[in-house]
Design a protein around this ligand. Structure first.
Ligand code: S3P
Length: 172
């Protein structure tokens, strides 16, 4: 596949699917640097995602995502960009880079988070995962859209980050 003009690779997918991990692996295997949208938002705001949700609510956070998306489109090239699970909704997503959807079942994602050595920290970063039923509803609402806005869909279940990165790079 021909990469988009800015040569960015954008990873989208549900919370905890491993977008950050795969981005770092992609960075290791390619000549590109990796950045993460939630990290950009946290540094811009100088507070954690959980705190932003607690203090200012989800709408405020979504506006920060839109602001980040505009900045990425204007300023970033030759970069791997991992995104938060709701970032796919920004209007200019397609202009940021080639969109890769990391696909997995809800159960496999939850297993991955719960068995992580930093499970507690992983959950704290994700206020929308606090209520399992709600998280499941959000998952069902989003899976179709993730697929629709993706240029490439990669099934990540039972694969190592290194294998996933190799599979992604084969497309370019
Ligand atoms: C969110 C996902 C989180 C973070 C925020 C909202 C979402 O990022 O951006 O808690 O709406 O799915 P991860 O996908 O890295 O967990």
């Amino acid at each position: 596949m021909k990469a988009k003009a800015n040569n960015n690779i954008v990873l989208i997918g549900f919370m905890g699917v491993g977008k950050g991990t795969v981005a770092r692996e992609l960075s290791k295997q390619s000549k590109l640097f990796a950045i993460d949208c939630d990290d950009l938002i946290e540094s811009k705001e100088n507070r954690k995602i959980g705190k932003i949700f607690d203090e200012d609510g989800e709408k405020y956070f979504r506006d920060l995502e839109k602001h980040t998306a505009k900045w990425l489109e204007k300023n970033v090239k030759n970069t791997i960009i991992s995104t938060g699970g709701g970032f796919y909704k920004v209007k200019n997503l397609q202009k940021i880079g080639t969109i890769i959807y990391l696909q997995s079942s809800f159960d496999a994602i939850f297993e991955r988070i719960l068995h992580h050595p930093n499970a507690k920290q992983k959950l704290a970063k994700r206020p929308l995962l606090k209520d399992l039923k709600k998280a499941q509803t959000i998952f069902s609402e989003r899976i179709k859209s993730y697929k629709e806005c993706a240029d490439i869909v990669i099934n990540v279940e039972n694969k190592t980050p290194s294998d996933i990165a190799k599979e992604i790079l084969k497309h370019f």
